[in-house]
Design a protein around this ligand. Sequence first.
Ligand SMILES: [Zn+2]
Length: 510
Amino acid sequence: MTRKIAIFDTTLRDGEQSPGASMNTEEKLIIARQLIRMNVDVIEAGFPISSPGDFKSVAEIGRIAGDRCTVCGLTRAVDKDIEVAAEALKTAKRPRIHTGLGVSPSHLHDKLHLTEDEAIERAIRAVKLARNFVDDVEFYAEDAGRADQDFLVRIIEAAVKAGATVVNIPDTTGYNLPWHFGQRIRDLRERVDGIEDVTISVHTHNDLGMATALALESVRNGATQIECTINGLGERAGNTSLEEVVMAIRMHGRELDAHTDIVTQELCHASKLVSSITGINVQPNKAIVGANAFAHSSGIHQDGVLKARDTYEIIDPADVGAAGSQIILSARSGHAALRHRMSELGYTFADDEFESIYQAFLEVADKKKEVYDEDLESIVHERERVSKAIWTLDAVQVSCGFPLTPTATLTLVDESGEKHTVAAYGTGPVDAAYKAVDEIVKVENDLSEFAIKAITRGIDAMGEVTVRVTAASGEVYTGRGSDNDIIVSSTKAYVNALNRLISDQREHAA
Ligand SMILES: [Zn+2]
C-alpha cells in the first residue's frame, strides 16, 4: 500500500484572498459541501478573527462537516486569534487550529521585529495555547522557503515538542526550485527530533508556475499533506492546484509511493462551481479542468484519439468528470426529475424553497428547449443573490440601434419594497442601464472589469455576466448575473456587485 497523502483544501481561505474572490457564508457552504463530497481530508474554512463573516463561515462549515473531514481555522501566533478560532471551531467534530508566524529573515526583522529566540518562544506559546483547546494543531512556518535552514530546524522542533501534530512548511512567495525545496523537507526529516510522529505539510505558491512541482517534490521527500485550492486560486499567482496534484499522484502513485482519497470524478464539477461562485474564470488551456484540456484540434491528433484514446490523451475525461452530463431536463420534466438532478449536483431544498426553484426552472425551460446542469446551477446562484439583495432589479427596458441614442428605463426595489424608476442614456445599452442604476443607488465606484460568457451551448444559452467594481476604499467586489437576455444579466451583475459593496461596508461599520 502506498502512503496516504492528505489533501488540505484552502480555497475558502487562501483562495478567497484572490482579488475579487470574496465569498459570503452561503457561497462558502456550497463549496464546502462539494469539498466534503470529494473527500478532502481538511477544509481550511477561514481566518476567524479577521471578520464576523469568516468566524461564521468556520462555525457553519464545522457544523456540516461532521466527522467526514477536519475543519481548520487560521490564526496568527497571537493569544486572541487562537481563542477566537477555538470558539468558532466549537461546532466541529474534528477541529484543527492552524497557527504560526513568519520565519524568514525578512519576516522576522522587517515584519515581526523579533529575534530568532523570541520567535521560537512565541511559536511554543501559540502551539501550547492552541493545544489547550483542540488536540489537532498545525504549526506554519511562514516563508519557510526563504528561511535560514538551521533556524527552521530549531523552530519546527520547538513546535513539535510543544504539541503540534502537523508542521506546515510553506513556500509562501513561490520562490524555490522544486529540488531545493524538496531538499529542505528531506533535511527537516533527518534533523528535527520527533518529526516522525507528526505530519509534514507543504503549502506552495505558483509565482514561478511551479507550485505543483514543488508539492510533488516535497511528497517525494517525505511530506504527506498538500495544501491546495480548486483551480489554483489564491494570493497573487495562486496556490497549488488541487486537481493537478491529485491527478499527478493518481497517474504516478507507484513512483511517488503515494495516493489520495479524492473522488476525481468530481474535479470538473468543483472547478466549475468555484469559478461560477467567485466569478474567476478558468483559462481554457488549464491542466485537468480547462475547457480545452481534452480538446484535440489537429487532424492527426483527432485521428489518433479516435483509433486509441491513449495516443494523445493520458487521462480519461470520465475520470475527472469532464465527459459532461448526458442528463438534460426540459419543460416537461416534473418536480421529481428536477429534485433528483439537483440533489445529484449537491443541492437540497425544503419544500417551499423547492417550489420557487421549480418555477425559476420552468421559466428557463420555456425559453430554452434543453436545460443543462450549468443552467440549474445558475438558477440556484441567481436565487441566492436575489434572496440577500439590498437592491433588486424589478424592470429594465432599453432602446438602442442605429442611429438611436441608447436609452434605458429601469426600476429597482429597495429593502423596504419601495420602487425607484429612472431613465438614462449612455454610449451603449449596458452603459445606459448602468447610469440608471448609479442614479438610484448613488454609490461611488469604478467599473474595472466586465465579462460576458455563455453558460451552455447554442444561441439560446443563458448569458452570465461578471463585473468587478472598485469601491472608494480600494476594495474590489465581484457581481454576477445570469439570464437569457444579456442586458438583464448585465444589469443584475452590476446590482449584485453594488449589493456586496454596500453590505460589506455595513458589516465594517457595525
Ligand atoms: Zn498561501
